[in-house]
Design a protein. Structure first.
Lengths: 161, 251
């Protein structure tokens, strides 16, 4: 075995060891690595009084804007939680949009938020495409994320020109 | 003893050969880098359509995504140089690694800065500690650490070895950055473009983004090649000065 070959094997062994150690650590701490919990997590674990981030979609038809803020429901499809927030909502906030709210669960089961962040998805399209999808009835932005891009990207055949 | 692949690798590691080849290629590399970057950014910032919900703020993407790609791709290059340095003791890989890390740190800083400028109007926060943002910040610190460590020893060889080990330990962060948005829920969006699936992006936004990414990549390569050429020449000059000082002492 040449010295180069030996150094290569030592390096590979170190890499495998380090990689497994990192994988085990990340798996063990994965509960703490998530940025937010879903309404179902809260429903399952409770956690009243503790400050957490609650994330999900703003439920369709649930937004009520008042003088000093807004009330809306955050849902993950299975469970939903009423969120009360006094403050300025981000520009992207709307029904059907993903949001992450920081706050505490109250004893009555509602969530009092001190911060609301908007979470957009990975879909990017011009306004005309969004309008065409809405007009054809294939997508309601208030109900959730748009259909897969492969189904509408043919709507923009001028791409590349 | 040594296989043919080692010999061919060493042929490219010859500094004289590198100076000749890179000297011929650098003008074309630089010219194509400038043309493609200008075309991609011009198209993206002025020609491409605005996003249906983000409006014109989406144009930050044409700088943010290419610099984020190069933050990771540059680190991959640094890791490859580190393997060549530790296993095959390539002198050119040592020099290239030391020249990649400051450039990579610059592109990572650009990625973090543009991401912050994009996050405030869209998410509502300059910065959040989600898995994607945090792992990219760690990448930035790894680059900065490599820059400092390589230059922290009186004996340059020790600096190159230490830097190579740091770079390879830090390489474990690369898959974490890539898959952070899939493994854990994050505020950062998942990838819009993948090798396997269709892109979740309109084609007239995708094209300027791809051209911009190729342009940024060529810029990165041109800067690193120019810096490595300078490092090879600097090392030669230092060798000549040392030889002259030795002969002066002897006389």
């Amino acid at each position: 075995m040449t010295r180069k070959r030996r150094r290569l094997y030592v390096l590979l062994a170190c890499g495998i060891g380090l990689g497994s150690a990192a994988a085990l650590t990340l798996t063990a701490f994965s509960d703490n690595l998530v940025f937010f919990v879903s309404p179902s997590d809260v429903a399952a674990k409770g956690g009243s009084g503790r400050t957490v981030r609650l994330g999900g979609l703003v439920e369709q038809g649930s937004v009520q804007r008042g003088n000093s803020g807004a009330t809306f429901k955050v849902t993950d499809g299975n469970n939903s939680i009423v969120v009360r927030y006094a403050g300025i909502l981000p520009d992207l906030f709307r029904e059907g949009q993903g949001v992450v709210t920081l706050g505490t669960l109250q004893t009555d089961g509602s969530f009092r938020a001190s911060e609301v962040l908007a979470k957009h998805d990975e879909t990017y399209m011009p306004k005309e495409v969004a309008e065409a999808l809405k007009k054809s009835g294939r997508w309601n932005p208030n109900a959730g994320p748009p259909p897969p891009a492969s189904t509408w990207n043919s709507l923009t055949p001028k791409g590349g020109s | 003893m040594s296989s043919s692949s080692n010999r061919s690798l060493h042929r490219f590691a010859n500094p004289g050969q590198f100076l000749r080849l890179s000297g011929a290629a650098l003008p074309y590399l630089t010219a194509s880098a400038i043309v493609l970057t200008a075309a991609g950014l011009g198209w993206g910032l002025f020609g491409a359509p605005a996003d249906w919900q983000q409006g014109d703020a989406v144009r930050i993407m044409y700088v943010h995504v290419p610099s984020a790609w190069l933050a990771s791709a540059g680190y991959t290059g640094l890791a490859v140089c580190s393997v060549l340095s530790l296993v095959w003791r390539h002198p050119l890989a040592d020099l290239a690694a030391a020249e990649i890390s400051p450039v990579g740190a610059g592109f990572t800083a650009l990625c973090l800065a543009t991401g912050s400028l994009w996050g405030k109007p869209m998410w509502g926060a300059w910065w959040v500690w989600d898995a994607r943002l945090t792992s990219v910040l760690v990448l930035f610190f790894l680059y900065i650490g490599h820059v400092a460590l390589v230059r922290a020893f009186d004996d340059p060889t020790k600096g190159y070895r230490a830097g190579a080990i740091l770079a390879l330990v830090g390489a474990v962060n690369l898959p974490i950055i890539k898959f952070s948005v899939d493994w854990w829920n994050t505020l950062h969006q998942p990838a819009s473009i993948s090798l396997t699936g269709a892109p979740a992006m309109a084609l007239d936004m995708l094209w300027p983004l791809l051209i911009s990414a190729i342009g940024f990549t060529l810029c990165f390569a041109a800067i690193v090649v120019a810096r490595t050429r300078a490092a090879v020449m600097e090392r030669r000059i230092r060798g000549l000065l040392m030889a002259r000082a030795a002969s002066d002492n002897a006389a």
